[in-house]
Design a binder for this molecule. Structure first.
Ligand SMILES: Cc1ncc(COP(=O)(O)O)c(C=O)c1O
Length: 386
């Protein structure tokens, strides 16, 4: 253990286990530890660094904006916030935006929108149907919405109003709907559990059900949004639009920012209903606008789709029993419990991958990854897989 790692044990709450590496800098898809060792990073800060590490345009915007104006609160207008909202709406669907600082907070806003909408439009209905295995963040409501007991059980009693059904089972949503139901909340591809894409027709059928039953459809695109799946947003693969969509992760190029978009039907917040001190500050918003500009300018959504095909091919001969994914959001699952040893051996060989549990490995590289880097990752993973 290095001295830094010892001090981390002493001074940081032990909320998760860290791998034995200390990163000190990064550039593009590469990260470097304190000895100068180079790593190819297929995790990208857990699907955050869409443009890789320290992209020059992101650095330039951070430098310029931090010298101009970093934070004002939402008591006042700032141009970067309005510009970013406009761009997000243009890229997605007619809506308005609330800015916050993380995915959990964006989902918290979505849940509050659903509660208020139900009080106004569905006779006080408040229950949200979500799916087992889903992940929506770590606030109390988000962890309850998420369908993984290991994250919520230690924090009982949990807030009421969430019902879990199996993912990719539209009939289960239909059966679970009652007078109390106000919304369905889904990930277009479940990420944290190990990359489980929506089956063909699933999102469309749920959208139709929500329309027929007068329910809101909330899509958590915190991980799937902004080109990750080879489209700007995951729901575009299904040819539908949600009423409410949440974003975070990749939006700020590594600077914390979250967003909750609501279409006119769901746009129920009024002054005083919700807020965030830091949410949508000029630094985060101008950086996020730069991220969107670069994704567009460099054609990274199409590139993500193309590289996704290569990355998919690169995980086919690793002895996995199943491979899953969409665009640059990929996972493979071993029959045996060897995902963690596999992850650790890759790290020792300078390749950063993410074991989401004992069996599954997730790859969510920067959208700027190229074919040569995927080839290299393939070589390393093949050696490790033996
Ligand atoms: C789909 C999804 N929603 C929400 C979150 C929570 O985001 P944050 O950690 O920024 O609160 C995550 C994080 O992994 C996620 O993958």
């Amino acid at each position: 253990m290095t001295r830094l790692q010892e001090q981390a044990d002493l001074y940081l709450m032990q909320t998760g286990r860290r791998l034995p590496v200390t990163f000190v800098r990064g550039r593009g898809c590469l990260a470097y530890d304190e000895s100068g060792r180079e790593y190819l990073d297929l995790v990208a800060g857990i699907a955050v660094n869409l443009l890789g590490h320290s992209h020059p345009d992101v650095v330039a915007t951070l430098t310029r904006q931090s010298a101009e104006l970093i934070h004002t609160s939402n008591l006042y207008f700032t141009q970067p916030q309005v510009e970013l909202a406009k761009r997000l709406v243009e890229l997605s669907f007619p809506s308005r935006v609330f800015f916050c600082n993380s995915g959990a907070e964006a989902n918290e806003a979505a849940i509050k929108i659903a509660r208020k909408w139900g009080a106004k439009n569905r006779d006080g209905a408040f229950e949200i149907i979500t799916t087992t295995g889903s992940f929506h963040g770590r606030t109390l409501a988000a962890v309850t919405a998420g369908g993984q007991h290991k994250y919520s059980d230690p924090f009982q009693p949990l807030p009421p109003g969430f019902k879990h059904v199996a993912y990719n089972d539209a009939a289960a949503i239909e059966e679970a709907t009652t007078d109390k139901t106000v919304a369905v909340m889904l990930e277009p591809v479940m990420g944290e559990i190990g990359v489980v894409p929506a089956a063909p027709g699933y999102l469309k059928r749920v959208r139709e059900w929500c329309d027929r039953q007068n329910l809101l459809l909330i899509l958590d695109e915190v991980q799937t949004g902004l080109g990750r799946t080879g489209r700007w947003f995951g729901h575009q693969h299904a040819g539908i639009a949600p009423d409410v969509m949440t974003l975070a992760k990749g939006l700020g190029g590594g600077v914390p920012i979250g967003a909750c978009l609501a279409n006119p039907r769901a746009d129920v917040f009024e002054p005083g209903d919700h807020g965030s001190t830091f949410g949508g500050n000029p630094l985060a918003c101008s950086t996020a606008s730069t991220v969107l500009e670069v994704i567009e300018r460099d054609g990274l959504v199409g590139h993500s789709a193309e590289m996704g095909v290569l990355l998919d091919a690169a995980v086919q001969d690793l002895g996995a029993k199943e491979t899953r994914g969409l665009g640059l959001m990929r996972a493979f699952e071993f029959e045996e419990a060897k995902a963690k040893p596999f992850q650790n051996a890759c790290l020792e060989m300078g390749l950063v991958v993410n074991a989401v549990d004992d069996h599954s490995v997730r790859l969510v590289p920067p959208l700027i990854i190229d074919a040569r880097q995927i080839d290299h990752a393939h070589d390393v993973m093949r050696q490790v897989a033996g």
